[in-house]
Design a protein around this ligand. Structure first.
Ligand code: GDP
Length: 321
């Protein structure tokens, strides 16, 4: 099926100190483990691999840092040559200076040998810090990493930072951004979503990978965590409805090929009562979730349905190239 496969799947490598949360993040995001159950995970002591089969196939591998220092045990080329991003999990509840030292070493190694690999640092377990202390810690860690990179002559290496916790939506938001940077189709998807938003006067549109709840694209309007949270909860509703009413039943593949109408849509009021949410299954892996601002009404649904089928056809073309 053209929408489900692409060449060069995004490959992610999770690194970080022992017990920093590498397995937990993967299990919660990609395998729907409940955050509380991660308490009992065994610490990672070897390279572990997992693969998510979804809209985009994401390969993840987990690498305990100690291995980086011992080349005979680790075939660097095998591990890094196809890697898209290294996600460094930095546990703020632990002695993070040790982790930073190790991160610097890894960043220098990557900058010198595999400069195309993105480096994304998750400043993790932020839930353990009090509200006012969260941002201070985030800034302090970021500043320290930047300073130390300058000291070793790699000030120009670009590193991205995210505040994360498996106990809220922040981990999904961060993973979304990491994955998006690896999708060559991102600009095309963004253009399509921008167009949809302006034509239908939608406040915010997200294209979700249904199974992981990572969003693979959004329009250019400002992103608010609240919008993301509401939409992400509705992805579950889409999945439930699909199971109850069998959206799957129809022969969608054929309909997509014909550029015809597929998927069902749903318009519903958010709890607060002044926001409408539009939900539509795009294909087996993708869902479109839109936030319509105050004053909009469910009447717009026909207009949106029509424009979404145009978007759907265009997406098929984007991914066929
Ligand atoms: P790994 O060795 O890096 O794979 O670490 P694990 O994934 O086994 O996690 C170690 C511990 O950290 C587990 O007890 C998790 O429950 C806990 N943990 C992981 N993520 C978070 C988080 O975001 N917040 C908090 N408070 N604990 C976390």
């Amino acid at each position: 099926a053209p929408l489900t496969r692409r060449k060069g799947n995004p490959k992610l490598l999770f690194m970080g100190l022992r017990k920093s949360g590498k397995s937990s993040v993967q299990k919660v995001v990609f395998q729907k483990m409940s955050p509380a159950d991660t308490l009992f995970l065994e610490p990672t002591t070897r390279i572990e691999k997992a693969s998510l089969q979804s809209f985009v196939t994401i390969d993840t591998a987990e690498l305990p840092t100690s291995l980086l220092a011992s080349p005979p045990e680790l075939d660097h080329h095998a591990v890094f040559s196809n890697m898209g991003a290294v996600i460094w999990i930095l546990d703020v509840q632990d002695d993070y200076l040790t982790s930073i030292a190790s991160l610097i070493e890894t960043t220098v190694f990557l900058a010198e040998h595999y400069p195309r690999i993105n480096i994304d640092v998750f400043i993790h377990k932020i839930d353990g810090l009090s509200e006012e202390y969260k941002y201070d810690t985030f800034r302090e860690v970021r500043q320290r990493v930047q300073d130390e990179l300058s000291d070793v002559g790699h000030a120009d290496k670009s590193v991205s930072y995210y505040q994360t916790s498996i106990f809220d939506h922040s981990i999904f938001e961060a993973m979304s951004k990491v994955v998006q940077k690896l999708l060559p189709q991102l600009p095309a998807m963004e253009t399509l979503l921008n167009k949809l938003c302006s034509t239908c006067r939608i406040q915010k549109a997200y294209l979700f990978d249904t199974s992981s709840k990572i969003y693979v694209a959004t329009d250019a309007s400002p992103t608010f965590l609240r919008d993301y949270e509401v939409c992400s909860d509705y992805v579950d509703v889409v999945v439930d409805i699909k199971q109850i009413y069998g959206w799957q039943q129809r022969d969608k593949t054929q309909a997509v090929e014909d550029g015809g109408e597929i998927g069902e849509s749903m318009v519903t009021c958010d709890h607060s009562g002044d926001t409408y949410i539009y939900a539509r299954e795009i294909n087996d892996h993708l869902s479109l979730l839109c936030v319509m601002g105050k004053g909009s009404s469910a009447d717009k649904r026909v207009l949106i349905d029509y424009n979404v089928s145009i978007l759907q056809t265009a997406l098929v073309k984007v991914f066929r190239v």
